[in-house]
Design a protein around this ligand. Structure first.
Ligand SMILES: C[S@@+](CC[C@H](N)C(=O)[O-])C[C@H]1O[C@@H](n2cnc3c(N)ncnc32)[C@H](O)[C@@H]1O
Length: 204
């Protein structure tokens, strides 16, 4: 993501979701069953908008670590979360092997996984698995599996024009199989926006 896209990312999300994005992400975070004092790893943390909602759940005893590769995104998230001393952002590639071992209660990835090739998705999932404490949950908020052909024509056209080929392939991906291959065992899903978005929860 380039500097311009990073700068206007929040505005873009607000426009395409007609102002619904903050309420949507609040609902998603509510479904992650986050408790005060927990540790959360946010992969591809972007502008940190989601982390504000998470920070309110964990309270002062918890911690959030957000990872991103975009300097603009990191600047924006650090600025946004500056009043939360327990929220930290680091410049790190999420598909490369990470060193975090059994440190986090939740690993969250929102609207990032669909943009990686399958081998890199596996790398990210493996990182999430190792970073989670036993019993921890990997929470993936992204596109659900759906038939693009059944989408209302103007929306289908916007999706095809606005999204990358990998996102189109993600709509058919067997995510459960990929997560199982890296050790995740039990699964739950929450559906949003008429089945087009999904919070997929995989437990370690
Ligand atoms: C579509 S944005 C989503 C941001 C945020 N998770 C959200 O839901 O608002 C994807 C984010 O992933 C980051 N990203 C892309 N490739 C990455 C990589 N290899 N390692 C770490 N972050 C990456 C981008 O910089 C961007 O901030």
């Amino acid at each position: 993501m380039g500097p311009t896209e990073a700068r206007y990312y929040d505005l873009f999300m607000d426009v395409i979701l007609l102002g619904y994005y903050p309420r949507l992400i609040k609902k998603v975070v509510d479904k992650m069953d986050i408790q005060p004092g927990q540790s959360i790893l946010d992969l591809g943390s972007g502008t940190g908008r989601n982390d504000i909602f998470i920070a309110q759940k964990i309270g002062p005893e918890g911690k959030i670590l957000g990872l991103d590769i975009s300097k603009e995104m990191l600047n924006s998230s650090r600025k946004r979360c500056q009043s939360y001393p327990n929220v930290e952002f680091r410049e790190q590639r999420i598909e490369m092997p990470l060193t975090y071992q059994e440190e986090f209660d939740r690993v969250f990835i929102s609207f990032a996984l669909h943009g990686f090739e399958d081998a890199k998705k596996v790398g990210i999932i493996s990182n999430a698995y190792h970073a989670l404490k036993p019993g921890g949950v990997f929470c993936i908020f992204d596109y659900n599996e759906f038939d693009l052909e059944r989408l209302w024509f103007p929306l289908r056209r916007a999706f095809i024009r606005g999204e990358c080929q990998l996102a189109l392939e993600f709509l058919k991906l067997n995510l459960k199989e990929m997560l199982s291959s890296q050790g995740f065992a039990s699964f739950e899903e929450e559906i949003f926006l008429r089945g087009h978005l999904r919070l997929f929860k995989a437990s370690k």
